[in-house]
Design a protein around this ligand. Structure first.
Ligand SMILES: C[S@@+](CC[C@H](N)C(=O)[O-])C[C@H]1O[C@@H](n2cnc3c(N)ncnc32)[C@H](O)[C@@H]1O
Length: 277
């Protein structure tokens, strides 16, 4: 007997619940709607719609990935951020909603002729969004230590801006050309700041599907942030560094930043702003 929307959903929600996935109903509906190419409301309006074998095959394939806790963003190869849909794959961190605060704060303090450099750009959400929102007013550059991540950022810049963003493969500021560094006024960075001790590696977790290099940093998660602050103190035109970190790390960041010639001017949600003294 051919499956219907209703029978597929019922069976799949149960499987997801058995796998202890809290958003079981929503995830099953999102998967089926994606495979059918419809909105979720269509499923509610058409519970008796019969599903073809091919469609059920694809839906089951996605379902099995979800049961293994693969994030939906990787399954669908996309994630919404600040009103735009970004391409994502397993080489980049899944963009988080908390990073939207970093964008809002950065936007508010941008001045004409600012030159922004995003370090650890991943899928490119920060430079692409700043450029898309601010257009010609801001010049943006971005870098990442991962070439695979830069390929994704490049794709998103082309798709969402219809232009390229200059991208550099670099460990923090190390390999960024000095003529670029000399004009940077704003540095943004959502670098890895998760302390491995915060995560239960015994438990199946969505984090295990994301690149380790995008998540974890030594020294209580602060190693890369501290190293960036150390390197950035020599940038001649720098006005501000806007960082994402866990709020429990802000006090230590502020202290370290002080010694590198920066003063905390603001913190909100997961974003902290440091002004050059
Ligand atoms: C937390 S992810 C953030 C990605 C993106 N900015 C976002 O907000 O979704 C951190 C990124 O930093 C990059 N990264 C890790 N170590 C780095 C380093 N030493 N220098 C530059 N980038 C680094 C990772 O490859 C990853 O893309």
């Amino acid at each position: 007997m051919r499956e219907t929307v209703e029978t597929w959903l019922k069976k799949s929600v149960k499987k997801l619940k058995d796998a202890e996935i809290a958003s079981a109903q929503l995830d099953a509906e999102l998967i089926l709607a994606y495979v059918l190419g419809v909105e979720r409301t269509f499923l509610h309006a058409n519970p008796q719609k019969k599903l073809s074998k091919t469609l059920v095959f694809h839906a089951n394939n996605f379902l099995n990935k979800r049961i293994k806790r693969v994030p939906l963003a990787y399954i669908f190869r996309k994630k919404d951020f600040f009103g735009r849909t970004f391409f994502v794959n397993e080489n980049v961190l899944v963009p988080r909603p908390e990073t939207e605060t970093l964008i809002e704060i950065t936007q508010k303090m941008l001045q004409p002729n600012d030159v922004a450099l995003d370090i650890g750009t991943g899928s490119g959400i920060i430079p692409v969004t700043l450029k898309a929102e601010y257009g010609e007013k801001v010049e943006v550059f971005a870098s990442d230590i991962s070439l695979q991540a830069l390929a994704v950022a490049n794709l998103n810049a082309k798709k969402l801006l219809n232009q390229k963003i200059p991208l550099f493969e670099s460990n923090l500021l190390e390999k960024i050309p000095s003529d670029i560094l000399s004009k940077i006024t704003i540095v943004t960075a959502n670098l890895p700041y998760v302390n491995r001790d915060w995560v239960d590696f015994e438990k199946n977790n969505e984090l295990h599907h994301e690149p380790q290099i995008a998540l974890y940093a030594r020294k209580n998660g602060l190693e890369l942030i501290f190293e960036l602050l150390f390197q950035a103190q020599d940038l001649p035109k720098l006005r501000k560094i806007v960082l994402e970190a866990d709020p429990c790390q802000f006090e230590e960041i502020e202290k370290y930043a002080n010694n590198c010639g920066f003063l905390k001017s603001k913190s909100e949600n997961y974003t902290i702003v440091l002004d050059k003294k």
